[in-house]
Design a protein around this ligand. Structure first.
Ligand code: PEP
Ligand code: MN
Length: 358
């Protein structure tokens, strides 16, 4: 074959490609019209019977070089693309996405704002164990000028035989200490039935990792007038995490803070693997503030400070970490909670970094 001949054939291929492109666009026009008509008539977009008839017609007339299955595959892709073309645009753009809402959503917790560039701290014990325990942590937090305290009253534990939390009693303790010292309270609720009750005690409802896809719970917290701290599921992809937030916002509540808390991987050196790149991805894809929980992601006290520094440097809106007056006797997460002197040092070092980053 001479080079000339090859050039000629290649030119022909280019022409055919353009013809296919032209036909595809012409087809898209008709698809669009069909979509409009279906909308008018209230007919479902996806019609498998019609799709089967179209495929059968194509296969009946196919006599070329390609295998029937290949032709079927190519046309199936065209059908799929056409179906997407008919999709209602509003269904493709999620309410939590930057596309739908380009400005940052600012979540205001009694005057402390999340999402406006200031970097906050959410600290407190893993679980509420007693009034004295919560108060001791709260006093230390106050000393550092921090006012958003976390504490678990309903603890979602892996084993049913582990401490399950004090329940409503725990919420009452948190509220009492919160009122006494002027702190806002973040606490996890695990059942849709307890959401209403929680409204009397907490300032932020936490939806934990194990409940990220508890759709009833997400819908219920989507209807309340309180900020929600939504944690990423144990093995959830970023897309699944974003869709979980969409469940909340779709019910009307846009006061959502996303929390990266590590995901399950094959790595055993840490309890979970902190997905640090999730922070800029979530901030790029959504308009919601993003918190990094360094306690549950690492499961290691010695890694709290370096991971918190990384989170701040990468642009997290807040750091979450657990503090206990005597971690050795804590009823949960005793390996990774900080004691009070460690907490003071932790905050001091992060404040220094904050000044450097500013
Ligand atoms: C918690 O924050 O108390 C907790 C249980 O964390 P996670 O849901 O991320 O495991
Ligand atoms: Mn914990």
């Amino acid at each position: 074959m001479t080079t000339n001949k090859l050039t000629q054939l290649r030119n022909k291929i280019d022409e055919i490609n353009l013809e296919i492109l032209h036909l595809l666009n012409e087809r898209a026009e008709v698809v669009h019209e069909i979509g409009e008509e279906k909308k008018k008539q209230g007919v479902n977009r996806f019609d498998p019977v019609r799709e089967r008839e179209s495929l059968d017609l194509i296969i009946k007339h196919h006599h070329g070089h390609f295998k029937t299955s290949t032709i079927q595959h190519i046309f199936k892709e065209i059908f799929k693309a056409s179906l997407e073309l008919q999709e209602d645009d509003s269904r493709k753009v999620l309410l939590v996405s930057r596309k739908a809402h380009p400005e940052n959503t600012i979540v205001d917790i009694n005057g402390e704002t999340f999402g406006d560039g200031k970097q906050r701290f959410i600290m407190g014990p893993c679980a509420v164990e007693s009034y004295e325990q919560v108060r001791e942590v709260a006093v230390a937090m106050k000393e550092q000028g921090l006012s958003i305290m976390r504490g678990g009253a309903f603890k979602p534990r892996t084993s049913p035989y582990d401490f399950q939390g004090l329940g409503v009693e725990g919420l009452k303790i948190l509220r009492e200490v919160g009122n006494e010292l002027g702190m806002s309270i973040v606490s996890e609720i695990v059942s849709p039935n307890d959401v209403e009750l929680a409204l009397d005690y907490v300032d932020v409802i936490q939806v934990g990792a194990r409940n990220m896809q508890n759709f009833d719970l997400l819908k219920t917290v989507g209807k309340v007038n309180k900020p929600i701290l939504l944690k990423r599921g144990l093995s959830a992809t970023i897309e699944e995490f974003i869709h979980a937030a969409e469940y909340i916002i779709s019910q009307g509540n846009n006061q959502i803070i996303l929390c990266e808390r590590g995901i399950r991987t094959y790595e055993k050196a840490t309890r979970n693997t902190l997905d640090i790149s999730a922070v800029p991805i979530l901030k790029k894809e959504t308009h919601l503030p993003v918190v990094v929980d360094v306690t549950h992601s690492t499961g290691r006290r010695d890694l709290l400070l370096p991971t918190a520094k990384a989170a701040m440097a990468i642009g997290a809106d807040a750091i979450m970490a657990e503090v206990h007056p005597d971690p050795a006797v804590a009823l949960s997460d005793s390996a990774q909670q900080m004691d009070i002197p460690q907490f003071h040092k932790f905050i001091q070092q992060l404040k220094t970094l904050q000044e450097k980053l500013a």
